[in-house]
Design a protein around this ligand. Structure first.
Ligand SMILES: NC(=O)c1ccc[n+]([C@@H]2O[C@H](COP(=O)([O-])OP(=O)(O)OC[C@H]3O[C@@H](n4cnc5c(N)ncnc54)[C@H](OP(=O)(O)O)[C@@H]3O)[C@@H](O)[C@H]2O)c1
Length: 301
């Protein structure tokens, strides 16, 4: 990666989440990073629900980039926490957008495959009709729309099935269960692309760097991009690959979604097409199997 001589000031919000954690590591070589989390610890504490604190921090730092990795991501809990989900996933990005527009900052925000209904069998392009099935999906879609209407130079990266060595996720749950149990049942009729949080962070850093180098123009490039690992699998397929890489014995039974009921409905097929990302930024995301292997090797070091 080429690094700019003129280091941009980057405000990272939500640096203790899966993606935020990796962003904090990756962005440091590109710019001056102020990393905030809900409880502080790595930098200033910032509660995205505290609108005055958000405004004051952005006005004080005057960042060139605001990167928002914070969200209400508990998909099942969101069904009962509608208001909190709306505030964090829809109102907060809108406020960040308005502040970014005022300050002339570029805003990078993340969204999800769960804004789609999943009633298809080929990867979704950015412009295809949305149809969220859950409160999480609805509020994330609302956030996208409010952000696009805010007047900010905003880039929204829709990603999917995020895992990594920091935080809570399917990979870590499976790794724990494989050690505790002889057999497991895993859903086999939801198809998506498991995406390593580090790959999201590295792609984001490449894009920030391109924007800084003026190889691209953030006003022209604003909009929605799909940013996921390549390929597709089911949760069952993902679990089988984790087991294979761990080299452990555990019987995995493939089950349909209706045998594992959850409060939130999930799309049956939510693979995203990354062509726009590749054509615009020259970034080709690795296949999910290769990333998973690297992630699990990284864990054992
Ligand atoms: N996880 C996935 O599978 C997935 C899939 C598709 C898209 N995405 C999107 O990708 C982005 C990053 O997701 P992720 O997996 O990294 O999420 P994550 O691990 O759940 O991290 C979200 C972070 O937001 C923080 N947060 C919650 N409430 C906050 C508040 N009021 N103020 C400030 N920070 C707050 C959380 O802090 P605490 O932990 O202290 O509450 C957490 O560190 C999100 O926009 C998400 O919607 C995720």
């Amino acid at each position: 990666m080429i690094v700019t001589a003129d280091r941009p000031k980057i405000l990272l919000i939500g640096c203790d989440g899966q993606v935020g954690w990796e962003l904090q590591r990756t962005l440091g070589i590109i710019g001056e990073v102020v990393a905030t989390s809900l409880c502080g610890g790595y930098g200033p504490a910032l509660d995205l629900l505290d609108r005055h604190a958000v405004t004051a921090l952005i006005q004080r730092i005057r960042p060139d980039f605001i990167i928002n990795a914070a969200a209400h991501t508990a998909v099942d809990k969101a069904e009962a926490e509608v208001e909190l989900s709306r505030q964090l996933n829809a109102e907060a990005p809108e406020q960040l957008g308005i502040l970014a527009a005022e300050q002339g900052a570029t805003l990078i925000h993340y969204s999800t495959d769960f804004i789609f209904s999943g009633k298809t069998s080929k990867p979704y392009r950015e412009e295809e009709a949305t149809g969220p099935l859950s409160v999480y999906g609805e509020t994330k879609l609302d956030g996208e729309q409010r952000l696009l209407a805010s007047g900010a130079n905003a880039l929204i990266f829709r990603t999917s099935w995020v895992y990594g060595n920091h935080g809570f996720n399917f990979m870590k749950t499976m790794m724990r269960l494989f050690k505790e149990r002889d057999q497991l049942s895993v859903v086999d009729d939801q198809i998506g692309a498991p995406t390593w949080s580090r790959m999201i962070a590295e792609a984001t850093a490449q894009i920030v760097n391109q924007l800084c180098l003026d190889l691209a123009d953030s006003a022209r490039l604003q909009g929605i991009y799909h940013l996921t690992a390549g390929g597709e699998t089911s949760w069952y397929g993902f679990a089988c690959r984790i087991r294979e890489l761990m080299d452990v014995e555990c019987r995995i039974q493939a089950i349909p979604t209706h045998e594992y009921p959850t409060p939130a409905r999930r799309p049956a097929y939510s693979v995203l097409d990354n062509t726009k990302l590749e054509e615009t930024f020259g970034i080709k995301m690795p296949e999910w199997q290769a990333s998973l292997k690297l992630c699990m090797e990284d864990r054992s070091h």
